[in-house]
Design a protein around this ligand. Structure first.
Ligand code: MN
Length: 229
């Protein structure tokens, strides 16, 4: 609905459903961390030991719940299965010790990546948006409240394509843990309720094609099933 002097109605807010509840979680920003599992950093040609964490963003409206339409302008779209963290409290200079107090809950998500465009951007020293922040690039499950599941920091993370295991790791292999990610992000950005963090992917990333079925799992959080259409 147009209000006041708006020239047109503002864009719709993306909302996570909350599992087992009629509540919803309105999304403000989507932060993503790169190369957060050593084995994935190595498969992408990087040294996992020397790099401080780095972040990029997807757009809030990139989050979808349902099928993943094969994107335009790519021949090499990759899956990246990730634990998704959802904050219901903001802050600046949050300490590692208090960081988890800011977490409402968790989801399972896919950081779908136009790898060919990302690779070209890397080579040319250009930003990653064209490879990462495209339409419908973040299929997710509903959020599961931390009040029900606690704060998962170990257990399997995997992704199957058409029943075949492609990605496999453990939450305990994260180089930068969830509280550290929140603390570091909050030094560089003012975090707010509605901010979401995609926490990086284990090794085994690869391409999908139309018709593929991606099934992802994060221990303690749940399962994600997404068809490429
Ligand atoms: Mn990722």
């Amino acid at each position: 609905m147009t209000q006041g002097n708006d020239l047109f109605p503002p864009a719709a807010v993306t909302r996570f459903p909350v599992a087992g509840s009629d509540k919803t979680f309105p999304v403000r920003r989507v932060y993503c961390i790169g190369r957060n599992y050593a084995a994935h950093a190595i498969e992408m040609g990087h040294d996992p030991n020397k790099e401080p964490p780095f972040f990029f963003q997807k757009n809030p409206d990139n989050i979808i719940f349902g099928d993943f339409p094969y994107p335009v302008e790519t021949d090499d779209v990759h899956y990246e299965i990730e634990l998704v963290v959802a904050l219901d409290k903001g802050g600046k200079d949050i300490t590692v010790e208090t960081a988890l107090d800011h977490v409402f809950g968790y989801a399972v998500g896919l950081d779908m990546t136009r790898r060919d465009l990302q690779g070209e951007a890397k080579k040319l020293g250009r930003p990653w948006e064209i490879g990462k922040a495209f339409e419908r690039s973040a299929p997710c499950t509903p959020l599961v409240p931390a009040s029900q599941i606690g704060h998962p920091d170990q257990g399997a993370v995997w992704l199957k394509v058409n029943g075949a295991l492609q990605q496999e790791g453990d939450l305990n292999q994260m180089i930068w843990k969830v509280p550290e990610m929140i603390a570091i992000l909050s030094r560089f950005f003012e975090l707010e309720p509605g901010d979401v963090i995609m926490t990086g992917t284990p090794a085994g990333v690869g391409p999908v094609v139309r018709g593929d079925l991606m099934e992802g799992h994060v221990a303690g959080v749940g399962d994600l099933k997404v068809k490429v259409v």
